[in-house]
Design a protein around this ligand. Sequence first.
Ligand SMILES: Cc1cc2nc3c(=O)[nH]c(=O)nc-3n(C[C@H](O)[C@H](O)[C@H](O)COP(=O)(O)O)c2cc1C
Ligand code: SF4
Length: 541
Amino acid sequence: METLLLPFSPRFIVLTICAVVTALLIAIGIADRKIFDILLVPILIFAALTLLGVRDLLQKSHAVLRNYPISAHIRFLLEEIRPEMRQYFFESEKDGMPFSRDTRAVVYQRAKMELDKRPFGTQEDVYREGYEWMHHSVSPKAHAREKFRVAIGGPDCAKPYSASVFNISAMSFGALSPNAVRALNAGAKKGGFAHDTGEGGVSPYHREMGGDIIWEIGSGYFGCRHRDGTFDPEAFARVAGEDQIKMVELKISQGAKPGHGGVLPAAKVSEEISKIRGVAMGEDCISPASHRAFSTPVGMMQFIAEMRRLSGGKPAGFKLCIGHPWEFLAICKAMMETGIYPDFIVIDGNEGGTGAAPLEFMDHLGMPMREGVNFVHNALVGINARDRIKIGASGKIATAFDMARAMAIGADWCNSARGFMFSLGCIQSLSCHTDRCPTGVATQDPTRARALYVPLKIDRVQNYHHATLHSLTELIAAAGLEHPQQLRPIHFSQRTSTTQVQSFAQLYPALRPGELLEGTEDPRFRDGWRMARSETFQPAL
Ligand SMILES: Cc1cc2nc3c(=O)[nH]c(=O)nc-3n(C[C@H](O)[C@H](O)[C@H](O)COP(=O)(O)O)c2cc1C
Ligand code: SF4
């Protein structure tokens, strides 16, 4: 009896109705041939739904469809449009992940040169735990007239680069569309700042626009590799020597997926990508998790020296998200032992973005940006190398306050990836990994990429940079300072409980110059320093 009633249970009733209506309509149409033509469309619709229901019932990959034929598609549809529904109807100004509506809005407004002020007062709960603020001065300074810049290049660098304190973080052509690369690079040129290529190589779209480039190479050595995927020094020298390339950067890891590597499937290796990256068509394009050009801290420093030499003396550095503390300290020991110091180090936080990464990697692997920047800053102070190495920071830096805070705890400059994506029109639809980007930013589909109108977006990229630096200028002046390099931890506070406030100076204690060399008792460094060895990344236990 139960089995007989099954078609009338709520689970299957939609399919039953469709089947019955189809049969009824066909019967009526046959009985009265004059109205068959009128009934044809409804018959086709209900017949198609019935077929869909039967297919749902028989398929094996979706349990919910087997139990709820036809009706479960509504659930899938709602799931699909959930992020948009949340964004449009339910998100408050401070909600929205990874970036709040408020942060996105301020980037859009600055990019469009619209009014970026807010009325009536802060919407922040200034008494919540974790709330942070910057200290102002009773005697603010006049606004700096020059745009803030930082000189990158230590004593071994023949061609130092004067970089803006705000630059476009590494994102590859491949992850980004040709139009996005064009607009970013031309925006960087107009605004006098730098554009990092990401590990996907220097594309014709970078070259077409002529903006300053930081050329990043990852473990795939794209654009400078032999046929077998190993590093090709001659190919590297050819590209690195180009005028447009201002600095060369070795990618060790990125915060969203440190230690993961990547694969671009053969099907996506177009002729264009194969040419730019120097990889074979029809084969998977692999970025291994680790480098083949070196395997020890000393080897890594020698490779940095080689990159600097091959580029004709341009600043050479590396980018990483901090993992095991002793590994970075081993790199410090290798610097001292070889006498080879990178010109810069970019610290990416685990809050950083990516085109696609496993959830566990994004959520729980790697040190967040602030701890990472402060750790590296202190380590370099501790070995007396801070003066010759500049530190860049990336990880959800989109506003002037984000920049000031990162610079107070050790960064010399900041990079933004997703901030600049917003300036291009990214709406945080979170579908970069599907190649169905609705705004033409993160896609290789030309019919979607055309949505990004390059001449307009060039100005938006430049405007966003300009307005953010203007806001930084105002913050610095309000704090009674002249340059963000004067920012220190004492300029910031954090509410650590409803009744307690701590200065960043307490939260991010400083090492004394040379303290690691003297033997530190600081628990953040003591054990790591002891375990670190320049000849291997393995700890001495
Ligand atoms: C679409 C996309 C592609 C990226 N590609 C690279 C890359 O090729 N190399 C790299 O070092 N980082 C890459 N990143 C990481 C960014 O450079 C940056 O470090 C990270 O997103 C943090 O900055 P953000 O919070 O401003 O986005 C990528 C990020 C995004 C969003
Ligand atoms: S609009 Fe969506 S898919 Fe496109 S870049 Fe932004 S988050 Fe990625």
